[in-house]
Design a protein around this ligand. Structure first.
Ligand code: PGA
Length: 255
């Protein structure tokens, strides 16, 4: 049984005060939504404050990125050791890291391994760019990102994979539910070949890319899609609450 998973990726938005206000406005209601794992991923500087606010709640905390070394001369970087004191989850391999900050599959792989050493649960992001999609290379790209990202790791039973087609992120142009479900099915098959069918069957694979309260049902009502990674819409409490509660209601009917 896969517990549905909804995470808000706030990206480089919110000051500490704004982050606290955002959490304050949705804390009680979000806490009460059952049957869905709810994760907030604010910027690094807000992790400590938000961690305190989320104590005694059912809401989990995640970081948006990290370095792979535990400590050292890496000016400006944040280490897995530092975030593991505050968070349970870490987003790795987000397309904005891959394309705007030149993160390679090899670096993502090092980060995945570092997350495991530090008992952080990775949310591994994969997804093709528009030109790759149009050239029919979606499966090649995703298979490579999965295999390289998870190279030489033991099966990770709590791994979350987010399928985020790059052309759908922040563009308002989401994939269709059917399209996303087909690619997520492909991701599950790839993981089954890499590890085992049983393990792959239990992993949460979610969709991300222009998810809003208006279109989340289209994704969540697909058996294959276990939840959503939400960017822009997670910055509005009423949007994120609606996304989480729709997920709870729709998934409970599918069970
Ligand atoms: P978006 O971002 O919802 O703003 O498209 C999703 C993401 O990048 O995780």
């Amino acid at each position: 049984m896969r517990i549905p998973f909804v995470a808000g990726n706030w990206k480089m938005n919110t000051t500490v005060t704004e982050a606290e206000i955002l959490v304050y406005t949705m804390l009680e209601e979000l806490d009460q939504i059952v049957g869905v794992e709810k994760v907030l991923c604010p910027p690094f500087v807000s992790l400590v404050a938000i961690n305190i606010m989320l104590q005694n709640s059912s809401i989990r905390l995640g970081a948006q990125n990290m370095h792979f070394e535990a400590r050292g001369a890496y000016t400006g970087e944040i280490s897995p050791l530092m975030i593991s004191e505050q968070c349970e989850y870490v987003i790795l391999g987000h397309s904005e890291r891959r394309w705007a900050f030149a993160e390679t599959d090899e670096m993502v792989n090092k980060k995945i391994k570092a997350a495991l050493v530090n008992r952080l649960i990775p949310i591994l992001c994969v997804g093709e760019r528009l030109e790759e999609n149009e050239a029919g290379k979606t499966e090649d790209v995703i298979s490579r990102q999965i295999r390289s990202g998870l190279q030489d790791t033991e099966p990770i039973s709590d791994l979350v994979v987010a399928y985020e087609p790059v052309w759908a992120i922040g563009t308002g142009k989401a994939a269709s539910g059917r399209q996303a479900a087909a690619t997520i099915g492909f991701i599950r098959n790839t993981l089954a070949k890499l590890w085992s069918k049983d393990i792959a069957q239990d992993l949460r694979i979610i969709y991300g890319g222009s998810v809003t309260s208006a279109n989340v049902a289209e994704f969540i009502s697909q058996q294959e899609i276990d939840g959503a990674l939400v960017g822009g819409a997670s910055l509005k409490s009423e949007e994120f609450l609606s996304i989480a509660s729709q997920t709870s209601v729709i998934k409970s009917k599918l069970l």
